[in-house]
Design a protein around this ligand. Structure first.
Ligand SMILES: Nc1nc2c(c(=O)[nH]1)N[C@H]1C(S)=C(S)[C@@H](COP(=O)(O)O)O[C@H]1N2
Ligand SMILES: [Mo]
Length: 574
């Protein structure tokens, strides 16, 4: 491992791809796999770099490359496919990969699923093909991320980055072929989810297999934290999902957005086309974080109620839409009107009695600089069903709960929304208040997020045999405050080292996106051969910093835990 790797600043200025490849290659096992493989074929390696250094896209493009190298497939296969696909993409692809082969046996899907670990072997499926890539992974150790695809299908990982397949990579994959997926399982796999109009959860979409499901009805899931810090822009398929109700079935041709309420001089109803035609389009990059992110750590201290989120109930995307301020202004709403205090946002998801609803301050909604969007696109594509298709409200810097999905009604009012989620949830209390003493009327709804950060790499319980360790993670603050610093410590906070922040051009006073960071820290003599914790804390541009202990932020609903994030690892003398 080399120290220079974590240097994001270098990555962005000149030769980003080159240094980012090297960086990513060296520091995570996945990258290492890729690198080893490619060195065998130096020409490929170089031309791939060449292609990449010619590429001068915007950050989103760059980040997807960044992602490609960091993530995908989670591993060897994906990496190699992605990698080589850039080199050979000019070639005509005669995609024979994964076709049924008469010389090979049929394998049932249950058997494939069992081969999901290094111990049991690593099998993957592509179309009708079954592949055993254990040997490949053995030869190139350290690629933990490959396990995310183990026992499952490759397509969802490829699709995520819309990578072009090519003959070289498909041939390479075929060399690991061991059989055909049993024809009955092929049929089963092709079935679409069954729509059940009478079931409140009758329209749930198919989700990416890498998502870690916390609950299925309503659906809540987070991406594997191992992948989170690999992409500045989280692929939509991996973006965390927090639904309180079933996904509504929306006919976009009949879809209408209503603007109504106090201070609305002319109530308006707009189709999606009206919105797109009549208002100026804006694209922003903004993180969404559930107020319950990192709740699981709070329950380690004392039990709390709620979805047991890990550290990945947060994601970052680009959003395209129109400003809510423009739409409200066109309806004659003015901030000077005393009855204009709160904007209620209502979604189409409901339990037949109640629709999901939340409200935000009118001052925020009417201020064009706050970038509150009515968005139809996420990462340049229409919103997916889980993220609010066809329209959602994006409220930058504010907790996820206010960023209403499947938005169909905007109501201007002199008071807050009366909804359950505004009044009887998403409020914080001091650590002594328990269920017996809790009075929701005594607290205000959480809106802006405080400063937050977490370590995505290393994984808990990693065994390090080097004399240094690389840390990677995210940091984020609400209200448009950016991240000044992320500090990491290996000795419980006695001494600190400043991490490198990913160098991205951001608007100064409205930093809606998260900040990725990384750094390599030396393991001092007295910790060698021992168990210890690495930890991080961020400081935002208002110089707010994270509290040291979960005990001081603990609250009965388990909300906005932003205590220092700690990961236990151990060192083993090599
Ligand atoms: N209509 C509607 N909007 C909603 C929700 C919901 O259940 N219904 N959940 C909210 C919560 S609590 C969060 S954290 C975010 C999550 O957004 P995501 O699923 O796109 O990540 O959506 C918010 N908007
Ligand atoms: Mo949330």
């Amino acid at each position: 491992m080399t120290r220079q790797l974590g240097n994001y600043a270098k990555l962005v200025k000149g030769g980003r791809y080159l240094s980012s490849n090297q960086g990513i290659f060296r520091q995570n096992g996945f990258g290492a796999i890729l690198n080893n493989h490619c060195q065998k074929n130096e020409a490929d390696f170089r031309s791939a770099l060449l292609i990449r250094s010619h590429h001068s896209g915007n950050w989103e493009k760059k980040s997807s490359y960044f992602g490609i190298f960091g993530v995908v497939i989670a591993g060897a296969i994906g990496g190699t496919l992605l990698y080589t696909s850039k080199v050979y993409s000019a070639e005509k692809v005669n995609d024979k990969g994964g076709e049924r082969r008469l010389d090979l046996r049929n394998i049932r899907i249950n058997e494939v699923r069992k081969h999901n670990s290094k111990e049991n072997g690593i099998w993957v499926m592509y179309k009708q093909g079954v592949y055993d890539i254990t040997k490949f992974v053995d030869k190139h150790p350290g690629g933990d991320k490959v396990l995310l695809a183990a026992g499952g299908e490759l397509e969802p990982f490829w699709d995520m980055y819309t990578i072009h397949k090519n003959q070289h990579t498909l041939d390479w994959l075929e060399s690991y072929r061991i059989g055909n997926l049993h024809p009955e399982d092929v049929k089963e796999r092709q079935k679409r989810p069954v729509v059940k109009p009478d079931d409140p959860f009758g329209y749930e979409p198919t989700r990416h297999p890498a998502l870690r499901t916390n609950s299925s009805r309503p659906f809540t899931a987070e991406p594997p934290f191992e992948l989170l810090a690999d992409n500045f822009v989280t692929p939509a398929e991996l973006f965390f999902v927090r639904n309180h109700l079933g996904v509504p079935n929306v006919d976009v041709n009949k879809f209408k957005l209503e603007i109504q309420g106090k201070g609305v001089k002319k109530p308006i109803t707009l189709s999606l086309d009206d919105l797109k035609k009549n208002f100026k389009h804006h694209t922003i990059t903004s993180a969404v974080q559930c107020a319950g992110n990192r709740r699981a750590e709070l329950s380690e201290y004392k039990p709390v109620k709620g979805v047991s989120w890990g550290i990945a109930a947060i994601s970052n995307a680009t959003w395209t839409g129109v400003k809510l301020s423009d739409v409200l202004t066109s309806a004659g709403v003015s901030a000077d009107d005393d009855s204009v205090q709160h904007i209620h946002l209502t979604g189409l998801d409901n339990d037949t009695k109640n629709f999901y609803e939340a409200s935000i301050p009118a001052a925020q909604a009417l201020d064009g600089n706050k970038d509150v969007l009515l968005a139809w696109d996420m990462n340049g594509k229409p919103l997916t069903p889980d993220h609010g298709y066809p329209l959602r409200c994006v409220v930058p810097g504010t907790i996820g709960a206010r960023q209403v999905k499947w938005l169909y009604k905007v109501t201007v009012s002199d008071e807050e929304s009366k909804s359950h989620w505004q009044q009887n949830d998403y409020k914080q209390f001091n650590p002594t208040i328990d269920w017996g003493t809790l009075d929701y009327k005594k607290a205000v709804p959480i809106q802006e997020y405080p400063v937050q950060s977490a370590i995505c790499e290393p994984k808990p319980n990693t065994v390090v045999d080097d004399d240094e360790i690389t840390l990677k993670g995210y940091a984020y603050s609400g209200g448009g405050r950016g991240i000044l610093r992320v500090d990491v410590s290996i000795d419980g906070g006695k001494t600190w080292q400043e991490a490198e922040l990913e160098n991205i051009k951001r608007p100064v006073y409205k930093q809606w996106a998260w900040t990725l960071w990384e750094t390599t820290i030396e393991i001092p003599q007295d910790l060698q051969g021992k168990k210890f914790q690495v930890l991080c804390k961020a400081t935002d541009t208002a110089h707010n910093t994270q509290p040291e202990f979960t005990s001081s932020v603990w609250n009965v609903r388990g909300l906005i835990n932003n205590a220092w994030h700690r990961v236990g690892v151990s060192h083993q003398q090599s």
